[in-house]
Design a protein around this ligand. Structure first.
Ligand SMILES: [Zn+2]
Ligand SMILES: [Zn+2]
Length: 241
């Protein structure tokens, strides 16, 4: 309540500036309506893991042959232009206004999604290794989870998950190597605060991290884990263009 009151006062004094086109947004939000439409345009994806594909499908090739430990993955947009630049600004240049706006847009998408489904009882951010967090100055997943908890009035359980071991970057690894690389990297320090959990991250690439943490939460007493993220990485291009 106090937050939204302060927010309105701030926009009366200083009009909103669009995080994408950098023009006046013309409203009390830092994104103009045309740029919002661009970012939030619907895109074909797997109904289960959110993987962008050529057409909307119930299940992508992977999900139709293998069971995932998480219930669903809800993303704002595919991780490509213009979302990738905004996430880079937010994550590596600490442009927190981009993080706030992207969380607001994701909250909008989630409100539509959960019109016909039950809301999770707690939000948990994917933890960052302390060394990486110290270098970056913050954990972007925690920032997003806190913004979403405020927008959606849901409890945040920030420290239940810990990242114990520093893991090498997963780029170029196959599925088996990624699983081996990440095994034991995460620990659950206390029971999840609800049976239905939303795990929050900025970008979901292969889904290996999301899958392993979901298993950990299910072993720890959760009965359902939904993944919420800003960007879902499209599969790499295969064959001639
Ligand atoms: Zn704009
Ligand atoms: Zn899928």
């Amino acid at each position: 309540m106090v937050y939204s009151w302060l927010n309105n006062i701030q926009y009366r004094l200083l009009p909103g500036r669009c995080i994408l086109c950098r023009g006046d947004s013309g409203r009390n939000r830092d994104i103009c309506p045309p740029c919002e439409q661009t970012l939030c345009a619907s895109w074909p994806h797997c109904r289960h893991c959110g993987l962008p594909g050529p057409t909307d499908t119930a299940f992508c090739g992977h999900c139709s042959t293998r069971e995932q430990s998480f219930n669903c993955c809800i993303a704002l947009a595919p991780y490509r232009q213009p979302l990738d630049g905004l996430i880079t600004d937010f994550k590596y240049r600490r442009r927190l206004s981009s993080g706030v706006v992207l969380a607001q847009l994701l909250a909008q998408r989630l409100r539509n999604h959960y019109l016909h489904d039950s809301w999770p009882g707690a939000l948990l951010p994917v933890p960052l290794h302390w060394r990486r967090q110290w270098r970056r100055g913050f954990n972007q997943a925690h920032f997003l989870a806190a913004a979403l908890a405020r927008e959606l009035q849901l409890p945040l359980q920030a420290n239940a998950l810990q990242r114990g071991r520093h893991t090498p970057n997963q780029q170029g690894m196959n599925r088996k190597q990624r699983q081996k690389n990440l095994r034991g990297a995460f620990t659950l320090e206390c029971a999840p605060a609800a049976r239905h959990i939303a795990l929050v991250d900025d970008v979901v690439t292969t889904g290996t991290t999301a899958g392993l943490i979901s298993e950990l939460l299910l072993d720890g007493g959760a009965t359902r884990v939904d993944i919420w993220c800003l960007g879902r990485t499209p599969p790499p291009r295969v064959g001639p263009r």
